[in-house]
Design a protein around this ligand. Structure first.
Ligand code: ZN
Ligand code: ZN
Length: 407
């Protein structure tokens, strides 16, 4: 059957196959074609049957006339054929599309008597079908292009939302991965500037490492307990953290409800179709899983640090206990010595007292003797003084007696 209107209505499936063949080299077209086929089917069901029929006939006629015009519809064969069937038809071929719009009636007439058209001219029916198919394919391509454009816009929005979500994820990751394992603070300079230990490569904040290394005099890494040869500021990490903090401040200034809330709103907005609530749930549970994983990592590092501190403290306590014990021994010894000295001192004291007593007795004796000596001396003086004159008197008497006897 060569009648175009009924041809399109009757062989829609065949046309579709041709259209699909023509556009099957477009990227992603086949999948979209299936979707479109289904949508078009539903549309057709909803449409009023009569109106559909009328439209199909009218559109087919218009299409056919355009094709005929393009193929050189003014040729004698076709012109004659139409002229035979209907005078109105002849005017269409001569005056083109503008005339044909008001000529649904004659088109219907043609439909009713296709055998009179007599396709014996220069235009072959296969050519008309090919041209028609090509046009339909063009229209389909345009619609597909629009569809793909819309699809790519949706995709871009989703990508933007996912980028935001990724930013948020990276921000949280950066915040947790770059907190000091000892004090949990984000390592923001200058107080908590990141310090890299050598050779183990672990990083702590300046405050904690100062307390660990200088104040407590510990020379091993709090996490891996390797000996610390040296330490240095981690400038690249410091810059990263500073950039992050600045960006976060800017973001929080712009969005008072916070970065995460914003991201979630955008992500939710990018999934308006109700067919994927499970995806949202999965996203949330993924977020929750990430959060718990980070929490677990933090606690594990913290636990390592604290276990190391416990080990250190246990050995320190044992060493201090040993030192205390030896100190106690020394103390006991000194106590014994003290007792000994005290005992000896008591003996000496008694001896001293005895000596002092003896000495005072002796002192008294000395005093008495000196007194007696003095008394004796004065008695001697007295006797001497008495004896002297007596002797002189005696001498005088002797002299007198000697003189008397000589006379
Ligand atoms: Zn710290
Ligand atoms: Zn270490």
């Amino acid at each position: 059957r060569y009648d175009v209107a009924t041809g399109q209505a009757g062989s829609a499936a065949r046309t579709w196959r041709r259209v699909r063949r023509l556009i099957s080299n477009d990227d992603g077209a086949v999948a979209l074609m299936a979707e479109r086929e289904e949508r078009l089917r539903l549309l057709r069901v909803r449409e009023d049957a009569r109106q559909r029929q009328w439209k199909a006939e009218r559109n087919a006629e218009l299409e056919r006339e355009r094709v005929v015009a393009e193929l050189g519809g003014h040729g004698p064969g076709f012109g004659d054929g139409v002229g035979n069937g209907s005078p109105g038809g002849a005017s269409i071929s001569r005056h083109g599309i503008s005339a044909s719009a008001s000529n649904a009636g004659p088109a219907a007439t043609q439909t009713a008597q296709p055998q009179h058209l007599g396709w014996s001219g220069h235009i072959r029916p296969e050519e008309v079908i090919d041209k028609l198919t090509e046009r339909i394919a063009d229209r389909m391509r345009n619609e597909l292009r629009l569809e793909l454009q819309k699809e790519s816009e949706t995709l871009q929005q989703r990508v933007a939302a996912e980028n935001l979500q990724m930013d948020d994820y990276l921000a949280r990751e950066l915040e947790t991965q770059n907190t000091c394992p000892v004090c949990y603070e984000l390592m923001v300079p200058p107080e908590h500037a990141p310090q890299l230990l050598f050779p183990c490569g672990h990083t702590f904040c300046a405050k904690c490492i100062h307390s660990h290394y200088v104040t407590h005099g510990k020379r091993t890494c709090p996490i891996c307990r390797k000996k610390i040869d040296s330490k240095a500021p981690n400038y690249s990490l410091q810059q990263l953290i500073l950039n992050f903090v600045q960006k976060r401040q800017r973001m929080q200034g712009n969005r008072p409800e916070g970065m995460a809330a914003m991201t979630h709103a955008v992500v939710a907005g990018s999934r308006p179709d109700a067919s994927t609530p499970a995806a949202g749930d999965t996203g949330q549970s993924n977020d929750e899983h990430d959060r718990l994983r980070r929490q677990s990592e933090r606690i594990q590092i913290r636990l390592t640090v604290l276990m190391n501190e416990l080990t250190d403290t246990i050995s320190e306590a044992a060493a201090l206990e040993g030192a205390a014990q030896s100190s106690r021994l020394v103390l006991d010894h000194l106590g014994a010595q003290e007792q000994d000295v005290l005992k000896r001192m008591a003996g000496l004291k008694a001896e001293l007292e005895l000596l002092q007593e003896q000495r005072s007795m002796q002192e008294a004796k000395v005093a008495k003797s000196e007194e007696e000596a003095t008394a004796a001396l004065s008695r001697r003086q007295m006797l001497t003084d008495t004896i002297g004159p007596l002797q002189a008197e005696l001498k005088k008497i002797d002299l007198l007696m000697t003189g008397l006897s000589e006379q």
